[in-house]
Design a protein around this ligand. Structure first.
Ligand code: G1P
Length: 294
């Protein structure tokens, strides 16, 4: 079985759910504490053994390219100021093997993944959605999927249960349980209505795919939202497809509440400000409690 070495991060969406913040900057660059969301995703890929990353961008996404590029002026300044730690940090970002390609029109996630065809060639690859940040420092989410792929082959979808009233926001799995966290996928529906959803197990932002998917994507018509949907191509795969209910807390950072939750919870974990922030939140909670009583 071939090793999963390459990853694709689709980051071409307009971020309309997060306007006005995303009018002139990519949602993937919104910081969670002091780090842009996409950096967490890139770091997860590297921690999972990925060697080469392709980010699918679009218009207004230049900031992502700049973030992973060398910044000569900044490096010179940090050097002059003797800020070695910061210098190492910005240099390490520019050393990551990240490549970029632009999706020419917003034709959907399936079309964005198809843009990676030449980069991937004939090997299995990972997809990490730029919206979905998953917290699991011990066992990175993508590593869980890659380990499952190495054991079983086929296509692996990262999934988690979502509340019944949220199924229409996701790709939903119809599956047969293999064990407590793995399902053999028998059907997939993109953003079904509540009544038509086969379950509330949702595909959440992580995939390990075989290159056969490209051929299917080339022939996938527009689906939900008039976009070419990755889910529709996955539903037509002839080989085995598994849904792995991964361990880790997933935040939808393209959504206001998801973004706020990620900020608070990553803030609490921060070695630089976590303790102070916790104290602040406890005081805030106490004063809210008092307000309620008055
Ligand atoms: C995409 C996928 C969907 C998946 C979701 C969350 O939808 O099409 O199947 O469940 O991401 O990872 P989007 O959020 O881009 O509309």
């Amino acid at each position: 079985m071939k090793t999963v070495r390459k990853a694709v991060i689709p980051a071409a969406g307009f971020g309309t759910r997060f306007l006005p913040a995303t009018k002139a900057q990519p949602k993937e660059m919104l910081p969670i504490v002091d780090t842009p969301a996409i950096q967490y995703i890139v770091e997860e890929a590297l921690a999972s053994g990925i060697e080469e990353i392709l980010i699918i961008t679009g218009r207004n996404k230049r900031a992502i390219e700049d973030h992973f590029d060398t910044s000569v002026e900044l490096e010179q300044l940090l050097q002059q100021q003797g800020k070695q730690q910061q210098l190492n940090m910005v240099r390490s970002l520019a050393n990551i093997r990240v490549h970029f390609i632009r999706q020419k029109a917003p034709r959907g996630l399936g079309d964005a993944v198809l843009c990676a065809k030449a980069f991937i060639g004939n090997e299995p690859f990972a997809v990490l959605l730029g919206d979905d940040v998953v917290y699991n420092p011990e066992y990175p989410c993508l590593k869980q999927l890659i380990d499952c792929y190495n054991e079983r082959g086929g296509t692996i979808l990262g999934a988690q249960y979502v509340p019944q009233d949220k199924v229409s926001s996701y790709g939903i799995v119809a599956g047969k349980p293999i064990n407590s966290n793995l399902y053999e996928v028998e059907g997939l529906v993109e953003k079904p209505s509540r009544d038509l959803a086969p379950s509330n197990l949702a595909v959440l932002g992580r995939y390990v795919l075989e290159p056969e998917i490209f051929e299917l994507l080339e022939h996938t018509p527009q689906g939900a939202g008039n976009e070419i949907q990755l889910t529709d191509a996955l539903a037509r795969l002839s080989g085995k497809v598994y849904a792995l209910s991964y361990e880790g807390k997933r935040y939808d950072i393209g959504d206001r509440l998801g973004y706020l939750q990620a900020t608070v919870e990553y803030g609490l974990q921060s070695p630089l400000c976590g303790e102070d922030f916790k104290e602040y939140l406890l005081n805030l909670a106490n004063s809210l409690e008092q307000d309620k009583e008055n």
